[in-house]
Design a protein around this ligand. Structure first.
Ligand code: ADP
Length: 259
């Protein structure tokens, strides 16, 4: 039996197709979230990659920021539930998930049985989210994908003291004009996100095993800085950005079985 999870985020759309609640058959990721062609592109890619058709799927669950606007699914469920399910599927014994997406950050605490017991969220301020990194990458004319690699060359990471994205933008521009090396600036930018998300995580209460999910998890410098700030190992999987979609497909499977 095949189930499908669709995660419509603020910046990207992701799909995961799972067989019998156990095997990931295909995944897809398309740039463009709610209100764009992103969800449809991600869906087309899933059919191409799997060779399956929509009628082969027993149940489809949608999650993410844009889930309420997608009416074609059989049901919707919150990102928190989906990241908890997806994260625990990939990492057995997971107790904390730190999810940083395009416009918010969430810390989800799990029981020993993998059930969500607490969460804290920042969806009010761009600092501490992917948005902050996207803005910084664009003013530095670098690709978001290269941030981790550039930061790894830092010898003296810059301190970014502004707590607001708009002020931090001017601060970064003036540090650049004062000759601060790009790698040191990028390392400082990653650390400033780690500092904010680290504070959020401490508020939620961090228990190991800890993993990151969401697109920002792909940034190796940020993972390292966050791990150091929290004093824990951060587990990472290349499918971190897909955990929500994977969780939605697993949720769909559970629902079919319950029926
Ligand atoms: P949403 O679900 O809100 O759309 P995602 O979890 O898809 O968010 O994450 C999107 C964010 O991930 C982007 O804002 C960007 O900052 C970050 N991101 C995406 N790809 C990469 C990458 N290769 N390296 C570092 N950061 C990335």
């Amino acid at each position: 039996m095949y189930t499908l999870g669709i995660d419509i985020g603020s910046t990207t759309s992701k799909c995961a197709l799972i067989k019998d609640g156990a095997t990931i058959i295909a995944t897809s990721l398309s740039v463009g979230g709610m209100g764009t062609g992103g969800p449809m592109n991600a869906l087309c890619e899933i059919w191409d990659r799997s060779g399956l058709l929509p009628q082969d799927v027993s149940r489809t669950i949608v999650t993410g920021y844009g889930r309420m606007n997608y009416k074609e699914a059989d049901g919707e469920v919150s990102e928190l539930t989906c990241h908890a399910l997806g994260g625990s599927f990939i990492f057995a014994g997971l107790r904390t998930i730190i999810d940083i997406g395009g416009q918010d950050a969430k810390v989800i605490c799990l029981s020993e049985q993998g059930k969500m017991i607490n969460f804290v969220m920042n969806d009010k301020c761009a600092a501490g989210t992917g948005r902050f990194l996207d803005v910084m990458a664009s003013i530095l004319y670098i690709d978001i994908d290269d941030m981790g690699e550039i930061a790894s060359k830092a010898t003296n990471p810059a301190a970014i003291s502004s707590t607001c994205t708009v002020f931090a933008e001017s601060e970064v521009i003036s540090q650049l004009a004062n000759g601060v090396e790009l790698s040191n600036l990028v390392a400082g930018i990653c650390d400033s996100v780690a500092m904010r998300v680290g504070a959020l995580a401490r508020r939620a209460g961090v228990k190991e095993k800890v993993c990151m999910s969401g697109g920002v998890a792909k940034n190796s410098a940020l993972r390292k800085a966050l791990g150091e700030r929290l004093g824990v190992d951060i587990y990472y999987d290349d499918r971190a950005q897909l955990f929500g979609a994977i969780g939605a497909a697993l949720y769909a499977y559970k629902q079919v079985n319950r029926k």
